[in-house]
Design a protein around this ligand. Structure first.
Ligand code: AMP
Ligand code: MN
Ligand code: MN
Ligand code: MN
Length: 283
């Protein structure tokens, strides 16, 4: 059977215990293979510490693997995520940049816990730490899991809505990397920069255009058109934008763990046929 490249079951966005996922890199790669993923990327937040383990496991299973990362960026006061694909995880400038991005997380988490205590929830820092696999990378997700365990909320989505987003008691604004800087780290490490889950940013048309133009001018090359939180309308909208801005298209579940994510590994829409799949540009 002839297969069109765009139909490949590529899943190029996922998280392990090295950031805020619940599966270790090896378990995640095994699950991807079991789910029928044909090309897989690990893209932990601000961290490449899981790449070597994931790559070894993928090689043993014969699953084509792409080394990745998801860099936290602050763009005009908003948090935007930029995925880097096919990076050299040993690149020194990238590693130093990511270390700098990670460095504010612990102080931020302590401040989150202080504010949650004022809202009547004590001990959240220690509680969240129990869920952390990498002491360098404490995230809002770990707080959310702890608050669910304590019965404060029914699920992590409710925790975010009530406590962890802008305007809520446990939200602490944070300054992440600059957009152009994040793209430079990725491109400098031989990678391809991708704007992750554009449907999450709640940007108007003009702002989205501005973001994509700045991103492309900085050397960014792709847009995540298919991801678990995009419905059919968003897939169409971002497919159009990818074409309009001359960006390749990526596809990734943003899987964080069984039972917690919007979608299972690899179980997301196929890329619309008219797009240029980012995997045609991989080395
Ligand atoms: P942080 O990098 O510490 O700000 O945490 C960001 C992470 O929180 C994201 O990568 C998601 O895994 C998770 N997250 C953000 N918003 C939500 C939400 N509304 N519901 C569930 N998880 C969320
Ligand atoms: Mn996450
Ligand atoms: Mn993200
Ligand atoms: Mn992600």
């Amino acid at each position: 059977m002839i297969r069109v490249s765009g139909e490949l079951n590529a899943d190029l966005h996922s998280h392990s215990t090295v950031s805020d996922g619940t599966l270790a890199p090896t378990e995640l790669v095994r699950r991807a293979a079991q789910q029928g993923v044909e090309l897989f990327a690990l893209t932990d937040h601000d961290e490449v510490g899981g790449i070597a383990e994931a790559a070894r496991c993928a090689a043993a299973l014969g699953l084509p693997f792409v080394a990745g990362v998801e860099v936290s960026v602050t763009w005009h006061g908003r948090t935007v995520h930029v995925v880097g694909l096919d990076i050299d995880a040993e690149d020194q400038a990238l590693r130093a940049g990511l270390a700098q991005v990670r460095s504010g997380r612990t102080a931020r988490a302590r401040e989150m816990a202080r504010q949650l205590a004022l809202a009547g929830i004590d001990g959240a820092f220690e509680g969240a730490l129990k869920y952390v696999g990498n002491p360098d990378l404490i995230s809002r997700t770990h707080f959310a899991r702890h608050l669910v365990e304590r019965g404060v909320c029914a699920d992590t989505r409710e925790v975010f809505g009530r406590y962890l987003v802008e305007g809520k008691p446990g939200y602490v604004p944070h300054r992440w990397a600059e957009l152009a800087q994040a793209v430079r780290w990725i491109v400098g490490a031989g990678g391809i920069a991708v704007v992750a889950h554009p449907g999450r940013y709640k940007l108007g048309e003009a702002e989205l255009g501005q973001l994509l133009a700045e991103f492309r001018d900085a050397g960014g090359a792709a847009l995540e058109v298919v991801t678990s939180n995009h419905g059919a309308h968003e897939v169409r909208q971002f497919a159009d934008l990818a074409l309009q801005f001359g960006l390749a298209a990526s596809r990734g579940s943003d899987f964080h763990g069984p039972g917690e994510s919007h979608a299972e590994l690899g179980r997301i829409d196929v890329l619309p046929y008219r797009l240029d799949p980012v995997w045609d540009r991989l080395r």
